[in-house]
Design a protein around this ligand. Structure first.
Ligand code: NAP
Length: 277
């Protein structure tokens, strides 16, 4: 199927070559036999506003925004969903008659990945430990609280950043020092690495998980490599684990449904295609 006469969406980012979004949406367009196209739109920060407005002028139905534009895109949008405002960043845009609406599906992707990969997992099963307080952590923390997590232990190298996140989101968040991270794993039902530690090219992850309770679920949002040091440490401790690739794939579902009109499925073929990229 060609993109001609079909809806066109794209991803704004800089650099954008690393983005797997064109692969994911292209996979689904082919799989469901839909007309439409999804393209990479390399957008320097100084060109963001022009490119953003250009989406509407060029007849795009919407698109994604990735690093480094997630906060700026929210500020440029004519409207925003409550979850995008809460997270303070956009990863998804919808072009509507009245202008561009910003949304954020990162937290949705995080929760849906856990539900799909660990059936029976519940956010309210016990305390959650979240490592990291960057942009992605904000979406993860908001989604855990919205899903019913009753106690969230938040640990970040820079404590002030965790405190700012806790203040912005409110709710049952307890900020702890980075040095308390290993002990904070004790009794947690869900452990999440939202730092970039363990990512290819970043510093290694070396927090011990010896205090983690058997039966806890550990998930890393870093997906390159797929088996991160955090996942390996959790496996050694005997915990159930979920890798971060699924979050990336599931966060794309609401955009695809809105732009191309079909509810897409995250399946093994898509995972394999994303891994091979
Ligand atoms: P970010 O805003 O730059 O935040 C990075 C986080 O890592 C901060 O909490 C930072 O702590 C921490 N960190 C970095 N180096 C550290 C070190 N040496 N020791 C301890 N903590 C360290 O990045 P982000 O956008 O939140 O992304 C974080 C990771 O998530 C990236 O690897 C990204 O690829 C991944 N991600 C995955 C998905 C997905 O769909 N699976 C989605 C988004 C992001 P400080 O505050 O102290 O600097």
């Amino acid at each position: 199927m060609s993109g001609l006469n079909g809806p066109v969406a794209g991803v704004l980012g800089w650099p954008v070559t690393h983005s797997r979004s064109p692969l994911v949406h292209g996979h689904w367009l082919r799989r469901y036999g839909l007309r439409g196209a999804y393209v990479a739109l390399p957008t320097r920060p100084e060109s963001l506003e022009t490119a953003f407005r250009g989406l509407q002028a060029l007849g795009f139905v919407g698109g994604n925004v990735t690093i480094p534009h997630k906060e700026a895109a929210l500020a440029l949008a004519d409207a925003a969903t409550p979850r995008a405002r809460r997270i303070g960043a956009a990863n998804m845009l919808l072009v509507r008659d009245g202008g561009i609406e910003a949304d954020n599906s990162d937290g949705f992707g995080f929760i849906e990945n856990l539900r799909a990969a660990a059936p029976g997992w519940r956010a309210d099963a016990g305390p959650a430990l979240v490592l990291g307080a960057g942009g992605a952590a904000r979406a993860v923390v908001a989604s855990l609280l919205d899903a019913g997590c009753g106690e969230l232990r938040l640990v970040n190298r820079t404590r002030a950043r965790a405190e700012a996140l806790a203040e912005a989101l409110g709710g049952p968040i307890r900020v702890l020092d980075w040095g308390e991270a290993a002990a904070a794993a004790g009794g947690a039902a869900t452990l999440v690495n939202c730092t970039s530690l363990g990512m290819a090219g970043a510093a290694p992850f070396d927090l011990p998980l010896d205090d983690a309770a058997p039966g806890a679920l550990a998930t890393d949002i870093v997906y390159a490599p797929l088996r991160t040091p955090f996942i390996v440490a959790a496996e050694r401790r005997g915990l159930a684990t979920v890798d971060g690739l699924g979050m990336l794939l599931h966060q794309a579902r609401p955009g695809f449904a809105a732009w191309f009109g079909a509810e897409p499925e995250v399946d093994e073929a898509l995972r394999a295609a994303a891994l091979a990229a």
